[in-house]
Write a protein that binds this ligand. Structure first.
Ligand SMILES: NC(=O)c1ccc[n+]([C@@H]2O[C@H](COP(=O)([O-])OP(=O)(O)OC[C@H]3O[C@@H](n4cnc5c(N)ncnc54)[C@H](O)[C@@H]3O)[C@@H](O)[C@H]2O)c1
Length: 384
């Protein structure tokens, strides 16, 4: 059986987890590891029994790999992906695919020059059964027309020590943002996967509200969709215990995902029809409580996304999370930051040039001095 030869660029917290995952995939072979930190690359490559590189271009040009997993800090995703496509190498990029909309578009443009190659994003939360079920219920019309969506995702608590553990973290120059760039890309992706992008976005953004950092750690967003439905998206890395509650109200009832459980109060008929036709003044539309069995989730969703990427290459089909869709979560997060920092309502699509200009100003005007401690080992299971 033909195996896909994989190279991993960036073998820090996430890249190290990917080394283990690739080893468990029958149709994949870990052929090379690359990290700017020579000692780290050598040690990981020795353990894995593969070749070490200290420069991504050299690995991509070496002819030793068919596909690359990019697990570096965010700004490097674009140049490494663009080089990979030039070298005829398939790409699986960690989230977010890029820091800002213009860079995401450049990645997509680079891929469009080589459409025969696969370009996937590590959006492993799309494989969670409850998320797949929500997508199915929305797309099938089971919920009726969507009227309101609220997502409170404040269980991304991080300590000061976490932020101090890596020089690139929580800086405009190194990471490009805070909770919206590092923790929330999964929910931003799911939000746009379920509901599409809104047409208007307004946010209250707090910089370093709970931590000594120069980027956002608390965001409350209000948005509007093209059908008039409204949405809120609230996130923070400063609350403990936090909440992860998604509530979707449609014309056929209310679906809630909380504590990993889906509950659906389904109305017997459309609420709009009930409202217009009932002879009662204070009645509610009758509801059924619907239990939605979702099944057990996989123990390693990252591995599942890598396995899907490998199969997409071997079977020449689209991957589960095509990276082209990754631009939507980048644009949504950028719009939140732009709205909050400029104090304006953003009409979508976001002006990518205006956002990039704002980001460059934040980088160039930064006077923040980062305190740093020796990198603590981060348990990636908590990043899921
Ligand atoms: N999918 C998830 O659940 C998940 C979870 C955490 C992090 N991530 C993402 O993974 C990526 C990496 O995050 P991390 O927490 O592992 O970071 P990290 O700092 O632990 O590791 C990054 C590694 O990349 C290396 N590196 C930096 N630039 C490089 C370059 N140009 N070429 C080669 N190596 C380079 C560094 O030396 C370091 O070893 C980010 O995009 C992050 O958002 C994804």
């Amino acid at each position: 059986m033909k195996k896909v030869r994989i190279g991993i660029v960036g073998v820090g917290n996430m890249g190290s987890a990917h080394i283990k995952s690739v080893a468990e995939i029958e149709k994949a072979e870990l052929a090379a590891i690359c990290d700017l930190d020579k000692a780290k690359a050598d040690e990981k490559a020795k353990d894995a029994g593969c070749k070490a590189f200290y420069n991504a271009t050299e690995m991509l040009e070496s002819g030793t790999i068919d596909a690359v997993i990019i697990a570096t800090p965010h700004y490097d995703h674009l140049p490494i992906a663009a080089k990979a496509f030039e070298c005829g190498v398939h790409v699986l990029s960690e989230k977010p695919i890029a820091v800002h909309k213009n860079d995401a578009q450049k990645m997509i443009d680079a891929h469009n020059q080589h459409p025969e190659l696969k370009f996937a994003a590590m959006f492993q939360q799309r494989t969670i059964k409850a998320h797949m079920k929500i997508k199915q219920l929305i797309d099938s019309g089971e919920l009726g027309e969507i009227k309101r969506v609220n997502w409170i995702i404040t269980d991304w608590f991080r300590t000061q020590r976490y932020y101090d553990s890596g020089g690139w973290r929580a800086t405009w120059k190194g990471e490009g943002g805070g909770v919206l760039l590092n923790q929330c890309p999964h929910q931003l992706d799911l939000f746009q996967w379920f509901f599409g992008l809104p047409v208007k976005v307004w946010s209250k953004v707090s910089i370093g509200k709970y931590h000594n950092i120069e980027v956002e750690d608390d965001v409350s967003t209000f948005c509007e969709f093209s059908n008039g439905a409204t949405g809120s998206f609230i996130t923070s890395t400063g609350e403990s215990p936090g909440t992860n509650r998604l509530e979707i109200t449609g014309d056929r009832g209310r679906l809630v995902l909380e504590n990993g459980e889906l509950s659906f109060k389904r109305t017997e008929l459309n609420v709009s029809e009930f409202c217009a036709t009932t002879s009662e003044s204070f009645a509610h539309a009758p509801v059924w409580d619907v239990k939605i069995p979702c099944g057990k989730d996989s123990a390693n969703a990252h591995k599942d996304v890598i396995a899907d990427f490998v199969n997409a290459i071997l079977e020449d089909r689209a991957p589960l999370a095509p990276a082209e869709q990754g631009i939507n979560s980048v644009e949504f997060g950028n719009a939140m930051l732009y709205s909050g920092l400029k104090g304006v309502t953003v009409n979508m699509p976001l002006d990518g040039d205006a956002y990039e200009t704002m980001l460059m100003e934040l980088i160039n005007n930064s006077t923040f001095k980062k305190s740093e401690v020796k990198a603590a080992k981060v348990d990636m299971s908590s990043s899921f």
